[in-house]
Design a protein around this ligand. Structure first.
Ligand SMILES: Nc1ncnc2c1ncn2[C@@H]1O[C@H](COP(=O)(O)OP(=O)(O)OP(=O)(O)O)[C@@H](O)[C@H]1O
Ligand SMILES: Cc1ncc(CO)c(N)n1
Length: 268
């Protein structure tokens, strides 16, 4: 069994954050563990409250996992303050963490700021250089490069600029553009495009969390980066295709279908 840790915020409605991450880890046959950075009160219509945890609690969760259990990959999601970011950076360096996936969560789909604006610099300085891969969506990539992105060519240029900030690989997710859902992976030498059909649904709560967690799970299972991203793309496309019309807003991705299908339990 491969063990995967998520360091992220809790989403009370279970569609994004820690809850999406753990569901993804399980569905992909890995053992999931968590260090919670903040508790959010949210549902499919929006985020209503955020309570950050103190840095001692964040550090204690990470340290006690690494002191006891082998961690084959770690995914970092919502980390709202500079202090929490610096604490996570320090802990992961001390523990020699590997297979680090950084999802630079900034704003929820419902437009709630999940990263304090002044903490963006710490994210760039501390977490990007530690990342084996960083997975911004279009608005996050625009914030990182301080420019606008409207085409796949713009995504490639943004990937080059973000690569220069220190991560080993960059994926720009194209979920926010029109047309097919195209993601761009850049490893400093090659640009690889992952193209999926755009699924016509409003139920896309937690797509970014699910995608980055799937990459972490596949890296933990020993996939090389390009193969991990390709497999994660298949997983997220399936999870969106079978997303759930829960609540009055954007419903969540679905995590059981792929597992059952892969296991040969679903015949179509
Ligand atoms: N409607 C869709 N159909 C198919 N694939 C999609 C769709 N929307 C997003 N994706 C894919 O889902 C993955 C996550 O991308 P997206 O841009 O939605 O992340 P995000 O904005 O970070 O999500 P989150 O709401 O969790 O912050 C990418 O692989 C993207 O191409
Ligand atoms: C806790 C949490 N993390 C990430 C997201 C992604 O937008 C969210 N909505 N909530």
């Amino acid at each position: 069994m491969k063990n995967v840790l998520t360091i992220a915020g809790s989403d009370s409605c279970g569609g994004a954050g820690i809850q999406a991450d753990l569901k993804t880890f399980s569905a992909l046959g890995t053992y999931g563990m968590s260090a919670i950075t903040a508790v959010t009160a949210q549902n499919t219509t929006g985020v209503f409250m955020v309570k950050e945890l103190d840095v001692e609690t964040v550090a204690a969760q990470i340290n006690c996992i690494y002191d006891d259990i082998e961690v084959h990959a770690v995914k970092i999601g919502m980390v709202s303050s500079s202090e929490i970011i610096e604490t996570i950076g320090r802990c992961l360096m001390e523990k020699g963490a590997r297979n680090i996936v950084v999802d630079p969560v900034m704003v929820s789909k419902s437009k709630y700021k999940l990263l304090r604006p002044e903490a963006c610099a710490a994210l760039v300085k501390v977490l990007l250089p530690l990342a084996d891969v960083v997975t911004p969506n279009i608005p996050e990539a625009e914030e990182l490069i301080k420019g606008s992105i409207g085409t796949v060519e713009d995504m490639k240029q943004a990937a080059r600029e973000i690569y220069d900030m220190g991560p080993k690989n960059v994926i720009i997710k194209g979920g926010h553009l029109a047309g097919d859902a195209v993601d761009v992976l850049y490893d400093g030498r090659r640009m690889v495009l992952f193209e999926g059909p755009r699924i016509a649904t409003r139920n896309t709560h937690g797509t970014g969390c699910t995608f980055s967690s799937a990459i972490a799970a596949y890296l933990a299972r020993g996939y090389a980066m390009k193969e991990a991203v390709g497999a994660a793309k298949e997983y997220i496309t399936t999870a969106i295709a079978h997303s759930l019309a829960l609540g009055r807003g954007a419903g969540p991705t679905h995590h059981f279908y792929s597992l059952y299908k892969k296991a040969g339990l679903i015949h179509e």
